[in-house]
Design a protein around this ligand. Structure first.
Ligand SMILES: C[S@@+](CC[C@H](N)C(=O)[O-])C[C@H]1O[C@@H](n2cnc3c(N)ncnc32)[C@H](O)[C@@H]1O
Ligand SMILES: *[C@@H]1O[C@H](CO)[C@@H](O)[C@H](O)[C@H]1NC(C)=O
Length: 410
């Protein structure tokens, strides 16, 4: 996707404003704004040559201009100190080795685990065998390698960038760097729920995280709610719902195919097992998985009321007559559909069915990734605009539609 420079510049200025107003060296906001505007102009529109403006002893580079607005102790040395050409050369050399210059100056993670144990999140301990972790190799803010794995005694993480022994990971704090046998730095961290659903074994396609979060918002799912979900599929949506309703709520997840049902249950169990190792307390066991055709599940739903329903199945119009009587008035049913043809079929179905449902919204969730970088290169030439390198995980996630249906009281 093309990068939109004027907006990118605004964003940068906004971030700087926020950072600088919270720093110890407080400046009046009008001064900061004026300086930022000036610096931002320099950043991409007015290349300043070194020899032209060194009279006031200030660093004439865009970074120098912005750097003056920020607390000194928050700056990287290359911003806070005037540049010298030798230093530039050494930074360029380390770039050529494929390491991020900023990160490379930090501690390499060779310290014994005990020394940094206090860095763990409150309530979370150091990395333990059995946990689900993610290892990634970053190069210039890009993820070159990412893998989810379960930490096991004696096992090795293999990659084209070298291997890491699991035994070397155990006992370290989450979010640490480790060196592979080929000297490449890997960040090792705990898998987020988003990582987990993207990397877990799949039966059918999952509801992608960006769509799942929008569906949670549509349904206004709150702790303590009882939610109906179908089909269970691979269990991705079930886990997001499980987290949203918490220990006081519950989810009924209905799946017609036995193999998909089994996959969803396995994925749910595996996440919960890893969670207890991570937190020392159980992930709420609040999802009931059932094998059933939802369109014929009146007996299963009898005497039950739901605060919301999430449907991700083919022909949702066929199950709505069964579902709607069990929704509380005012409740939302969020429907996930793979293409616009299915949306039209659903609307057509709704017209014929005469159910007490209002279609409030039809939408597609789009995510735009940005590359924010200086417009000028060290040699004074302008950078070529680059499209962000998309995470391979996100490639297959495009093109889904969400339909928001609300039950009204009759
Ligand atoms: C795309 S998958 C759902 C993926 C799931 N949302 C997830 O995040 O992993 C659709 C599932 O709906 C199931 N299904 C289709 N019709 C159904 C019905 N009438 N009742 C129950 N499940 C149904 C299919 O077997 C399939 O497993
Ligand atoms: C829309 O999706 C359905 C179900 O996945 C599929 O059967 C149908 O061929 C798709 N239609 C188009 C136009 O892609």
């Amino acid at each position: 996707m093309a990068v939109h420079m004027p907006l990118a510049r605004l964003l940068l200025v906004h971030r700087l404003l926020r950072t600088s107003t919270s720093g110890q060296r407080r400046l009046r906001s009008s001064d900061v704004l004026r300086e930022c505007r000036r610096a931002a102009r320099t950043l991409s529109t007015f290349p300043v040559r070194r020899s032209e403006s060194q009279g006031d002893g200030r660093d004439p580079s865009p970074l120098g201009g912005l750097g003056r607005l920020l607390p000194r102790d928050a700056l990287f040395p290359e911003v806070s100190q005037p540049r010298d050409p030798e230093e530039d050369a050494s930074v360029a050399a380390s770039d050529a080795h494929g390491e991020d210059a900023h990160v490379a100056t930090r501690e390499e993670g060779d310290r014994p685990p005990e020394a940094s144990a206090s860095a763990a999140l409150p309530g979370e301990s150091s990395l333990a065998f059995g946990e689900l972790l993610v290892a990634e190799h970053h190069k210039k803010r890009r993820v070159e390698f990412r893998k989810m794995f379960e930490l096991r005694a004696g096992a090795r993480l293999q990659s084209n960038w070298g291997a890491v022994a699991h035994d070397d990971v155990a006992g370290r704090p989450a979010g640490c760097f480790l060196k592979s046998t080929r000297g490449v730095r890997f960040l090792v961290r705990r898998a987020s729920l988003e990582d987990y659903v993207l990397y877990m074994k799949r039966g059918p396609a999952i509801t992608y995280p960006k769509d799942a979060s929008e569906m949670l918002m549509m349904m206004d799912v709150t702790e303590g709610d009882r939610v109906l979900e179908s089909g269970s599929g691979s269990g991705a949506m079930s886990l997001f719902l499980s987290r949203a309703v918490g220990s006081k709520g519950s989810v009924l997840s209905v799946e017609v195919r036995e193999d998909h049902h089994r996959r969803a249950v396995l994925n749910y169990k595996r996440w919960r097992q890893s969670w207890i190792l991570r937190r020392g307390e159980e992930w709420p066991d609040n999802v009931q998985f059932h094998i059933h055709d939802l369109s014929a599940a009146s007996a299963l739903l009898a005497n039950q009321g739901f605060h919301a329903a999430a449907l991700d199945l083919i022909h949702p119009q066929l199950v709505l007559p069964t579902v709607v009587p069990h929704l509380y008035p005012g409740a939302v049913c969020a429907v996930y559909l793979a293409n616009i043809t299915q949306v039209i079929d659903l609307l057509e179905g709704l017209r014929c069915l005469r159910l007490p449902l209002l279609c409030e919204r039809i939408m597609e969730v789009q995510v735009r990734d940005w590359v924010v970088a200086a417009a000028l290169q060290k040699d004074g030439s302008h950078c070529v605009r680059k499209a962000p390198v998309l995470d391979r995980r996100e490639e297959a996630s495009d093109g889904a539609f969400l339909v928001k249906l609300r039950k009204y009281a009759q």
